[in-house]
Design a protein around this ligand. Structure first.
Ligand code: C5P
Length: 219
């Protein structure tokens, strides 16, 4: 069987960076499952054309997820052939993503697409439910955590790097709200998978976290 490593954790826990580097090191494919929820959110926002987004129209949201015209090329993410790699990182997009991610039919609509990333020679998948729902039989499951302060600071740096404006207070509030929403929803809540290794990265560099994951994988 094709090996899978799952890396789950809360917003800005460092899972994206760690997962990408582990994938690169092993020559595996990489799935950024959060990007699929963000792409769905962005496509809904764009279609709404300034009108309020119908969060109660689950059918329309699931359809948007199901008919997502996206592709991934290296670090670039495309929606209908437009490079939206930066656009999907905006906080507004992340917030809407976390709201629509609570809808079971949206999650179902993205299920098959996520499975299709499992290809030779292997996959590193990051998200909230990679180890619990999408790849429950993964050979290695990791749950990354970090303090709210450490995560807010990371998100702050990321946003500033991408040319967005940001402030720490709003970000901490935002992270805390999003964590609560992701952890308390009934469909695929954020939690460590059975058998997952826990890694608190608050005081770790990305390289240290990557080294730990690779050590677990080799063991
Ligand atoms: O990881 P990222 O911040 O890009 O994810 C955006 C949102 O998508 C999360 O807040 C979460 O609600 C949702 N998500 C999810 N399941 C995943 C990945 C992301 O529900 N596997």
């Amino acid at each position: 069987p094709i090996p899978v490593i799952t890396i789950d954790g809360p917003t800005a826990s460092g899972k994206g960076t760690v997962a990408q580097r582990v994938a690169q090191h092993l020559g595996f494919h990489y799935l950024d499952s959060g990007a699929l929820y963000r792409l769905t959110a962005l496509s809904v926002m764009r279609r709404a054309n300034g009108n309020p987004i119908p969060l109660d129209d689950e059918h329309a949201l699931a359809k948007a997820a199901e008919h997502l015209h996206c592709h991934f090329s290296g670090a670039h993410i495309f929606l209908a052939n437009e490079d939206v790699s930066n656009d999907i990182r905006a906080e507004a997009v992340g917030n809407l993503a976390s709201k629509i991610a609570a809808i079971p039919t949206v999650r179902q609509a993205l299920y098959g697409l996520q499975l299709s990333f499992r290809q030779h020679p292997g996959l590193v998948a990051d998200g909230r439910d990679m180890g619990t729902v999408i790849f429950p039989h993964a050979g290695l499951k990791v749950f990354l955590t970090a303090s709210v302060e450490a995560r807010a600071l990371r998100r702050y740096k990321q946003l500033i790097d991408k040319g967005f404006s940001a402030n720490m207070e709003d970000l901490s509030k935002d992270l805390t709200e999003r964590d609560a929403r992701d952890s308390n929803r009934s469909s695929a809540p954020l939690k460590a998978a059975e058998g997952a290794y826990l890694l608190d990265t608050s005081a770790m560099t990305a390289d240290q976290a990557v080294a730990q994951v690779l050590e677990w994988y080799a063991a």
